[in-house]
Design a protein around this ligand. Structure first.
Ligand SMILES: [Cu+2]
Length: 119
């Protein structure tokens, strides 16, 4: 094998390695874990960028909870022991309310938060 050919192969191998590491680090939709417990969402303010695709991943360690963001048309039932995944791509900038829409106890009415979409 002459030198030129060896260099060519080395360059090809380097390209493959670069492509592989790019694929490994390529982010899918950002995952945002949110815990719903009596009587708060943690975090209760979620910030995303306009156009960004995210997956809200809700868990409820205590009792069944709801996630409802009426202006965004998003809703999920959050059952203990499961992860409720809500894929979401923010098309519009703004500040959007969300709340728990499953009665979960005496503090239920105050259980809410905001989803902030930055332009
Ligand atoms: Cu509730």
């Amino acid at each position: 094998m002459n030198m030129d050919r060896r260099l060519l192969l080395a360059g090809f191998a380097a390209t493959l390695v670069a492509a592989a590491s790019r694929a490994a680090s390529e982010p899918g939709p950002r995952r945002i874990p949110v815990v719903a417990r009596k009587f708060v969402f943690i975090p209760n303010e979620i910030t995303v960028r306009q156009g960004e695709s995210v997956v809200l991943e809700f868990t409820a360690p205590e009792v069944a909870m709801g996630f409802f963001a009426p202006e965004l048309g998003l809703r999920a039932l959050i059952v203990p022991g499961e992860v409720a995944k809500v894929p979401f791509t923010a098309s519009q900038a703004g500040r959007f309310d969300f709340l728990c829409d499953v009665f979960c106890g005496d503090g239920h009415e105050g259980m809410n938060g905001h989803l902030v979409v930055l332009a």
